[in-house]
Design a protein around this ligand. Sequence first.
Ligand code: GLC
Length: 750
Amino acid sequence: MTRIIKFSVLMLSIVFIFSNCEKNNKNNQSEVDDVMDNFIDSLLQEMTLDEKIGQTVLFSAGWEVTGPTLDSNYVVYLKEGMVGAIFNIHSAKGSKEFQRIAVEETRLGIPLLFGYDVIHGYKTIFPISLGESASWDLEMIEQSARVAAEEASSAGLHWTFAPMIDVTRDPRWGRVSEGSGEDVYLGNQIAMARVKGFQGDDLSNNNTILACAKHYAAYGAPLAGRDYNTVDMSERELRTTYLPPFKAAIDAGVSTFMTSFNDLNGIPASGNKFLLTDILRNEWNFEGFVVTDYTSINEMIPHGFSKDEKHAGEQAINAGVDMDMQGGIFLRNLKTLVEEGKVSEKTITEAARKILVMKYKLGLFEDPYRYADEEREAATLNKPEFLEKAREMARKSMVLLKNENQTLPLSKNTKIALIGPLVKDENHIIGSWSAQGDRNGKAVSVFEGVTEILGSSKNILYSKGCEIEGEDKTYFNEAIRIAKQSDVVVMVVGESEGMSGEARSRTNLDLPGVQKELIAEMKKTGKPIVLVLMNGRPLTLEYENKTADAILETWWPGTMGGLAIADVLFGDYNPSGKLPITFPRNVGQIPIFYNAKNTGRPYDPKTPEITYRSRYLDVANTPLYPFGYGLSYTSFEYSNLTINKAEFSLNETININVTIKNTGKYKGEETIQLYVQDLVGSVTRPLKELKRFKKITLTPNQSKNITFTLTAEDLVFYTYDMSFKAETGEFKIFVGTNSRDVLENKFILK
Ligand code: GLC
């Protein structure tokens, strides 16, 4: 029988059995799984070793370059049945064409997986992930991923290389822009929200896509904040800080993992059996498949971990890698390694199986073209409701860092000087890793957004002032002139989108170019200064914090960024964002983060005369803006922090109550944060750890009583002998508007 007929027979039998299962007992998941297992077992028995190796091979189609090499022969390999997945194509038409080759021109017609970096939107671009994380709004974050999946799946894609869930405390590292910041608990919650948003409830629906937990693991802790650099830490630090979001992603049902470029304690992640088998498979029972990052198997040679490509391939497949992204190493070496007895065929069969399972769950064996519908694609991309969702998410992501004398919100009758290199930008505004977001004029600039909100540009004066980078001050005089004609100067300044993201580490986190000098010139005019920041990472803003009257952090706010910024500037939305990562005073403080330890000689600013304390001679120990920080146009008062008891046994629930009142004149959202300190442990413990948060809305003068519950499960940690458990003793709790300004209470765990 030809492959098509054979396949159809196979599929008909599956559909028949499946429909019977459906009829008889639709909830009997194990029967459905049996049907799938039988199908895949039969298929694997049909497959040659070459064809099984083919499933472990992923190549870029090169429609977008996301790594150092391309292989133009990927279609040749594909026709030989030696490619299981393709990435970096992005259209229903393209998906259909490549899928046709796989289904009709290879012996068994096994459909391809199509992957792409859909990080913060596919066509409708949402704020960068660090920005979305600043919303602390898990529902919105899930909806953002859902919109991305709707658009990406309509464009022929089955799999996104997201969420990026690397915890990091180092804003020199450019990829801080792609993640959820410095905190484990917040990172866990966001990882789960994003996985659920991408994958939905049923992968067989054609509007859901596979998610990918990346980059496994500890990629966010490179020495010196330099991308791809060495990572070395204790197993306790690894398990306490860098692994939890990956476990959370598994708890949310993530389908795939991606290995990271870095070596961890001397072993590159793509050859790290401790990570890929001992923890991922044996401890966490992960059942999905593991893809490497771009040529990261090949890179084990320059790492000095592999003698040559064949050695690297042997190490990677035996450590637990299932799919080789772009390296061609599995393609070129696995068969020889089996023949030489260095890799078992069973290992390859199991890798292929995990990949075939995902293709089956996506429904690709039933209908390989189900995601390649050009009409659906045209009807889905940039839907008005998606654009509105992106605007809402952008508003919620913004963090008000300063607002002296209620400079903001602005009156709509104000004469505004819009000044700065990013005022009319429609390119950088969608940030890095922006998939098919339009960079040619479709995104809404701040100038357009302000004009739309004011109904005309008659009250708007404009000067670029300067470029993002470079020393050119040609437009300074123009900027000064129009500033003097205005009531308020709104400066839109920041990085270029290419200054953060992959391979974009910086050692100087100041505003680049002559933007600070432009701010100084604006200050001399005596006009109120509002800074609107666009950047992919924390910046060092001591000068700006002293000079500006108001500062609004907008990150890279996405397709609807300009409108969302205008919504906030004029008070149509009261900013509610909270920093997911600490803003240092200067680079010398890095790494600086809220849940640090006390040390044996903690510095107390109340007794600066005591010399022998852990401090700097030239700068305070505290950051410029702490984790969890963000202002509002209104004010919130915290009171009555109580705990239902003073002492708890290990199996009791701890009830924590607090009252929040809106004491200002604007309706506003507040993210209440609950932190815990374990005062004494068999190892030293952080001063604070975020354990809960809750975002509420209050109208002026409205109060709410909020209850948080904790159990001993929330107090577990890796003790002296690496047991993961809570220890009895005294605990403090802190509740407040950020990690610094808190009410305090305490309890004893006995
Ligand atoms: C890149 C990135 C990774 C991305 C992959 C595919 O090098 O490290 O995050 O998913 O290659 O584009």
